[in-house]
Design a protein around this ligand. Structure first.
Ligand code: ATP
Length: 289
């Protein structure tokens, strides 16, 4: 009887799960090509924002009130600005988590709305501060965006992002379960996983939200080298938190209250802009030791 009751309960929860899957599948949402083909090559993308306006749809002031800037193909542009200036919104619009309200965003001259969503997202890699880790093994976490990457590239990406020390520590190496049901990873380790994923994918556009903390000097230098290397093959747009990053950027765009306040190189902006000088002395000076 106990077995029957247990079986019945299991069957009920199984049916409920099937119903939920059905519900999710029938939701109107993003097109079915969401994950698209991960096409190799294609070269770095040129990105333009022309007078872009966007509001999140609440009562607050729009997040973008006419944002204009350009990132040349293969270039590296740093976004800086006070909290709430609209930096992360640039990334959300490029990933098409939201559609902009006015103005134009183009990638390689083609309107972002004309890009099949799957192709667009397959061309981008987003490395964020708190990169998500999925329940699964470390290997699965590294390969989920580039499942066909050969073993030698995986080993190389692991070594270059200094994840090899983590792998050596884990009981089953790359095949150790991580995330929710496995070993908990630090923020710095999660970001290194995200960068290793980007290395494996070779994106046409890398969106990088630089960490504000968590990395020691050795890892910091390793990541800097990897990012500079990625920058040789990709266009890079980085929300910068480091002076060393803005110094490497071809151009720095200073955002303030949803508008581009000014743009230039570090030296130009230090000489010409009060707000930039202040940001350089506070936000950007917080180098990790
Ligand atoms: P920070 O440096 O603090 O991350 P930011 O420059 O990246 O700031 P955004 O995150 O782009 O700024 O935010 C711009 C404006 O949009 C802010 O007023 C913010 O509160 C608002 N905003 C951002 N994300 C959302 C959201 N998902 N829903 C509603 N409003 C949002």
């Amino acid at each position: 009887i106990g077995g029957l009751v247990e079986g019945w309960t299991g069957l009920q929860s199984g049916l409920a799960a099937v119903r939920r899957i059905d519900e999710v599948e029938s939701l109107p949402g993003e097109p079915a090509d969401l994950f698209g083909e991960l096409k190799e090559g294609g070269g770095p993308l040129r990105v333009t924002f022309q007078d872009v306006t966007f509001g999140y749809g609440d009562e607050r002031a729009p997040a973008h009130k006419g944002v204009t800037f350009e990132v040349p193909a293969g270039g590296m542009v740093a976004l800086v600005g006070p909290s709430g200036a609209g930096k992360s919104t640039v990334f959300s619009l490029l990933e098409r988590f939201y559609d902009h309200d006015g103005g134009t965003i183009t990638l390689d001259g083609r309107d972002i709305r004309d890009w099949p969503l799957g192709e667009l997202r397959a061309s981008l890699a987003y490395v964020e501060q708190d990169a998500p880790v999925l329940a699964g093994t470390l290997r699965e976490n590294l390969l989920f965006a580039a499942p066909d990457a050969p073993e030698d590239r995986l080993t190389d990406a692991v070594a270059r992002t200094r994840l090899d020390t983590l792998v050596a520590r884990l009981p089953e190496g790359l095949d150790t379960a991580v995330g929710h049901r496995g070993v908990t990873l630090s923020g710095g380790e999660r970001q290194r996983i995200a960068i290793a994923r980007a290395l494996l994918r070779r994106p046409r556009l890398l969106l990088l939200d630089e960490v504000t903390s968590q990395l020691d000097a050795v890892n910091e230098q390793a990541l800097r080298d990897v990012i500079l290397e990625l920058a040789e093959q990709s266009t890079v747009l980085v929300i910068a938190h480091r002076l060393s990053t803005v110094r490497h950027a071809d151009r720095i765009v200073v955002l303030e209250e949803g508008r581009v306040r000014t743009a230039g190189t570090h030296e130009e902006l230090i000489a010409s802009d009060d707000l930039y000088r202040e940001l350089a002395a506070t936000q950007l000076a917080a180098e990790v030791r």
